[in-house]
Design a binder for this molecule. Structure first.
Ligand SMILES: Cc1cc2nc3c(=O)[nH]c(=O)nc-3n(C[C@H](O)[C@H](O)[C@H](O)COP(=O)(O)OP(=O)(O)OC[C@H]3O[C@@H](n4cnc5c(N)ncnc54)[C@H](O)[C@@H]3O)c2cc1C
Length: 461
């Protein structure tokens, strides 16, 4: 590192590590500052299901999946009802396939395309993932690559608490250590990758009250630091009401049951034993719908075949291994095992069978029941959860943080939950993978932009 400090400071060792690795590959000296000693297990990237969209990847071509960035953007526009920032969605869709291919080729992360089911809202099979479909595996690969790279130093535990500017350009970051002392690192560029404000209950209650009573299932360090730092520097913030919810957190095990259950044909019953909507619209918006039902909890009902197909997910496996699923041979038995009203459960499961066989249409409009469930049935008690917030600092397609007048703050970048996402407003615009794509993709784009800007400065000096 030069006496003037690193070329880039990355605040946050989640998706931000992609920015550190990309920048280091481009020859930059990088320091990663991470607030938590336990980020490898506790941040959102580590907690995730590791689904990363890539539109037009080589894995898709191998599987004959016809996909391309504008198709992905169309899906984003449809899911967000036209409210997402199309410029940002386009930049992320365009980088999505190069990103996953770079991660496989340059970081040696074994990725594959998920082909056994499609997540709601994606018109093509485009989610790529790692072994076990768990973010801890993804983050292990990223931290291994960081540890191996001579151009990257990691400073942890230490919290980025401010960014200094001179003449409108980033000049240093202020770091606060656990003993309260502060340190200042001179640098011309900072990538804020500290996630959103999901752990700040008051901020969630203010911006997304519909989900404020739900369980928060995300990083405890998501306290909105980037938002505070960026707005102090004059940055604009948008989509603060946007969030990723999930309707299927196991009540007993506090693990993710997962929505593959639903996409394979499972259904959600509320505490009266009744379905209350089309589950396939999306797990994110279903969280607030479940939160609004009596008792704010429900049961996810599947059968043996769905159970077996979902074992590919580490989270699902852990859920069933914890004993969170109750089993019964038939619907009446399931009612007894769950304590739900027997008439309602028998009636609902019979109705779902008719919808699956095409003998009747679902009054909620669900038209995809992948297969007709048959006993034995399993049910898992579920509660709605908030995973992370999706609003944040306004960025352009190079991850540059913008002021309210649209001008970039030179040297300031944001990614992931720190930046505004591409999910529009509320919960319903969230497409699976659109948490990690802004986290990894904007970090990648920020590194490219930081390197280009450094090149320009070196050429002109
Ligand atoms: C159970 C679950 C499943 C999910 N599955 C998926 C999925 O399959 N696909 C998908 O796209 N999204 C998924 N998500 C969402 C996804 O995990 C997040 O959108 C994404 O990981 C956010 O990345 P990030 O880098 O912004 O935040 P994080 O991964 O949380 O990283 C931020 C880091 O910054 C650190 N930090 C915080 N403040 C500071 C500070 N001031 N200074 C220094 N460091 C700081 C934190 O400790 C943390 O390590 C899931 C989320 C959950 C909870």
């Amino acid at each position: 590192m030069s006496e003037h400090g690193p070329d880039l400071v990355v605040a946050g060792a989640g998706g931000g590590l992609v920015g550190a690795l990309r920048a280091a590959e481009l020859g930059l000296d990088v320091v990663v500052v991470e607030a938590s000693e336990h980020a490898k297990r506790g941040n959102n990237t580590a907690m995730s299901t590791a689904m990363i969209p890539g539109a037009g990847s080589r894995w898709q071509r191998e599987q004959g999946v016809d996909d391309f960035p504008s198709r992905f953007v169309d899906d984003v526009v449809r899911k967000t009802k036209g409210t997402a920032d199309v410029g940002l969605a386009t930049a992320l869709a365009e980088v999505s396939a190069p990103l996953v291919e770079w991660m496989a080729d340059h970081l040696e992360i074994p990725l594959s395309l998920v082909t056994d089911f499609a997540y709601p809202g994606h018109s093509a099979l485009r989610c790529h993932t790692v072994e076990g479909r768990h973010g801890s595996v993804l983050l292990d690969h990223l931290t291994r690559a960081v540890a191996e790279h001579p151009n990257i130093d990691v400073y942890a535990p230490a919290r980025v608490t401010d960014v200094r500017t001179e003449d409108g350009r980033v000049s240093a970051v202020v770091v606060t250590l656990p003993d309260g002392t502060t340190d200042e690192i001179p640098t011309p560029a900072v990538l804020l990758a500290t996630n959103g404000y999901g752990a700040d209950h008051a901020a969630v209650a203010q911006h997304a009250p519909e989900i404020a009573s739900a369980v928060y299932h995300g990083s405890e360090y998501s306290t909105g630091d980037a938002l505070a730092i960026g707005t102090r520097l004059g940055a604009e913030a948008r989509f603060l009401d946007a969030y990723q919810g999930h309707a299927a957190l196991s009540k007993k095990a506090a693990t993710l049951v997962g929505w593959a259950t639903v996409m394979h044909g499972g259904v959600v019953l509320d505490s009266t034993g009744r379905r209350f909507g089309d589950e396939t619209t999306g797990y994110s918006e279903y969280a607030a719908q479940l939160a609004a039902r009596p008792g704010s909890e429900g049961w996810l009902v599947i059968d043996r075949e769905i159970h077996d197909r979902c074992l590919a997910f580490t989270d699902f496996r852990q859920t069933v291994e914890s004993g969170a699923a109750v089993w019964a041979d038939d619907a009446a038995g399931l009612a007894a095992a769950t304590g739900l009203p027997v008439d309602a459960v028998v009636d609902e499961i019979a109705a779902v069978g008719r919808y699956a066989r095409g003998e009747d249409s679902d009054p909620f409009g669900r038209n995809s029941f992948e297969h007709e469930m048959a006993g034995p049935y399993a049910a898992v008690a579920i509660v709605p959860a908030l995973f992370h917030t999706q609003g944040g600092l306004v960025v352009d397609g190079h991850a540059r943080v913008l002021r309210t007048d649209g001008s970039p703050i030179d040297g300031l970048f944001a990614a992931g939950g720190a930046a505004m996402g591409i999910s529009g407003h509320g919960a319903s615009g969230y497409l699976a993978g659109n948490g990690l794509l802004p986290a990894l993709g904007l970090s990648f784009l920020a590194a490219d932009a930081a390197a280009a800007s450094l090149d320009m400065q070196r050429t002109s000096s």
